[in-house]
Design a protein around this ligand. Structure first.
Ligand code: ZN
Length: 279
């Protein structure tokens, strides 16, 4: 069933689970995510990152994500991840996406509010919910090395009520020690950032960049109040590893067999991860 971001996150709170938001730049990842969410009976978000446009464009993959969401047995939001401009968010909404993220976190505070508010005004007219970002994560989805003191970039809990009120956003991505892609050093999380935000706001909170986190880290952030967890890198790595193992074993064969083992390996990873997202 296709629902918007606000609805899928409300469902997650009701069922006691941080809703997984899985980047799905191909059919294999869509099938793996839908199958596992249905198997565990939890709500799901299928995400298209603007960064993955070069893999498959939103015009091609968007309608396929929507088709799977509509016929799913669990509530599914089709979400535009890390929208870099008002225009790209509008494009996703016109294609039928039910959630968009506007990431203006690299802008100064007042500019972030201005851009986010503009996206919210358009999105809410179309029953689409908006995720914004406050504070900033090292690296984009592509990964890279973390340099400098990342604590300087953490979300300031004191700013959250003002930001939410002035932008009207439905969910907020916050920075408290995670990074995108592959983490070179072991991440150290400041769970107190989540707890301090929870004391002043009931906005849905989003964690990006779970790479390198332990099982305990996941459980700690979920228990502290994270409502949505973006997940991709290690699932995709497992798909790649399964494809590689098959090719090494059988040097010639059908390409669709590579897709089949990669889908199964990705679902297997999600099986393990989704359990950690439950409170
Ligand atoms: Zn992200």
């Amino acid at each position: 069933m296709l629902v918007n971001l606000q609805e899928v996150l409300a469902e997650g709170r009701k069922r006691g689970v941080a809703v997984p938001a899985i980047n799905t730049p191909n059919l294999e990842s869509i099938i793996a995510a839908i199958n596992e969410a249905e198997r565990q009976n939890i709500p799901l978000i299928l995400s298209h990152a603007e960064l993955h446009e070069s893999v498959l464009s939103i015009e091609v993959i968007g309608p396929i994500m929507l088709m799977f969401a509509k016929k799913a047995k669990v509530p599914v939001c089709v979400h535009f991840d890390h929208g870099e401009s008002y225009e790209s968010c509008v494009k996703a909404i016109k294609l039928g996406f039910t959630g968009v993220m506007i990431d203006a976190s690299a802008q100064p505070y007042e500019e972030n509010i201005k851009i986010t508010k503009k996206v919210v005004e358009y999105a809410h007219k179309h029953n689409v919910s908006v995720e914004a970002e406050l504070g900033s994560l090292p690296n984009r989805e592509s990964g890279g090395v973390v340099t400098g003191d990342p604590r300087l970039l953490y979300t300031d809990p004191k700013l959250v009520p003002d930001f939410v009120k002035r932008t009207g956003c439905d969910a907020l991505a916050i920075a408290f020690g995670t990074a995108h892609g592959i983490y070179k050093a072991k991440p150290v999380l400041s769970i107190d950032v989540i707890e301090n935000i929870r004391k002043v706001s009931d906005i849905y909170l989003v964690m990006h960049g779970g790479s390198g986190l332990s099982k305990d880290d996941y459980q700690n952030v979920v228990k502290a109040g994270i409502d949505k967890i973006n997940y991709y890198t290690y699932m995709s790595y497992d798909g790649y590893a399964a494809a590689k193992a098959l090719i090494e074993k059988e040097p010639t064969g059908f390409f669709h067999d590579v897709c089949t083992v990669a889908t199964a390996a990705q679902q297997n990873k999600l099986k393990e991860m989704f359990e950690l997202f439950k409170r």
